[in-house]
Design a protein around this ligand. Structure first.
Ligand code: LMR
Length: 328
């Protein structure tokens, strides 16, 4: 019976996934790791899927696989290069094996808010970053915003010294490892899909993420509370392979690129509001949110900022200066 039920479930899934695709259409599989509701990336990917399937019907079709159902972020870039999926939107922290310039976005307190990130990305330097990995077969189509990161742990975090000796899950990024070491924590790289279980079982004590990720994966349920540090950002690169892009007929490539650009503009302007709603939802669900005074937050700044020094050469002093000029 179990086998029959599984087979049925698989058939239904296959049907749903295939529903958007007719014979002869170019299939675009988009794999990502977050939830779809109250999440900037989830909402944007769903909108992109709808628009491609409505407007490109007969030419191309898109199937979005959220929640790490197809690949986690470590595997997805390899899958893109192999042609197993055609689109993904990993956070900028996940491109460690491909470029060091993205380290700028992981440096703590580099950008004061997502508008500053947007302004940097829109600059000539920012736009060039999208195409900085073509040599390795990856082509960035757009930056998608999530939001500012917050810190959580299984004890109250008010001063950075409260983090001393705690294990923190990090994305697999050298900057983020150095940042957690700077506050006396022990960084534990781990896939996003494993974080809830690791927090629940005490494999790690804490983590950093945006409100939408903390809400979407319910991390707040297995943490003492979330401290509003706004110490860094999570942003995404919508990425495809150069092979896939080159294989497309000109009109398909142009239409797809236009839709991506329009969805990006429509959803990026909403990302801050989506995160604010996720924060409210955490509080409504009984999660504890701790705000810091200006003096308390300054302690986090002072403790984390020395990390910049270690990565100055990778990211370029001129890029740091450009980012800081935007903040001013
Ligand atoms: C994480 O791994 O914490 C995030 O990059 C997940 C995501 O895609 O927002």
């Amino acid at each position: 019976l179990a086998t029959a039920a599984t087979a049925l479930a698989l058939a239904v899934t296959a049907n749903t996934a295939a529903a958007a695709c007719d014979d002869g259409e170019i299939v675009i599989k988009f794999s990502h790791v977050t939830n779809t509701d109250k999440h900037p990336k989830g909402i944007a990917a769903t909108l992109l899927e709808q628009r491609v399937n409505d407007e490109m019907n007969g030419k191309a079709c898109m199937e979005v696989f959220p929640n790490s159902t197809l690949y986690n972020d470590d595997a997805v870039l390899e899958a893109l290069l192999q042609g197993d999926v055609q689109m993904a939107a990993p956070s900028l922290s996940k491109f460690e094996q491909f470029t060091k310039t993205f380290r700028l976005f992981d440096l703590p307190f580099m950008f004061k808010n997502i508008n500053a990130v947007d302004e940097f990305q829109t600059s000539e330097t920012g736009q060039a970053m999208k195409e900085s990995m073509t040599r390795r077969g990856l082509l960035g189509l757009a930056f998608w915003h999530n939001g500012m990161k917050q810190m959580s742990a299984n004890k109250a975090l008010v001063s950075p010294s409260d983090a001393n000796g705690l294990k923190f899950r990090v994305q697999n990024s050298d900057v983020l490892k150095a940042q957690m070491a700077a506050i006396g924590g022990s960084p534990q790289p781990m896939a996003f899909s494993e974080v809830y279980g690791a927090l629940q079982t005490g494999v790690v004590d804490g983590q950093e993420n945006t409100w939408s990720n903390i809400y979407g994966r319910k991390f707040f349920e297995v943490q003492d509370g979330v401290t509003e540090t706004n110490h860094g950002i999570i942003d995404y690169l919508v990425v495809t392979s150069t092979d896939f892009m080159d294989s497309l007929p000109d009109d398909v490539r142009e239409q797809l690129t236009t839709i991506v650009t329009e969805v990006t503009a429509a959803r990026n302007s909403e990302s801050t509001a989506v995160n604010a709603a996720a924060k409210d939802a955490i509080i409504e669900a009984g999660g504890v949110v701790r705000e810091l005074t200006a003096e308390q937050r300054q302690e986090w700044v002072t403790t984390m900022m020395p990390v910049w020094e270690q990565f100055k050469e990778d990211v370029g002093q001129e890029n740091i200066d450009a980012a800081q000029a935007i903040n001013a």
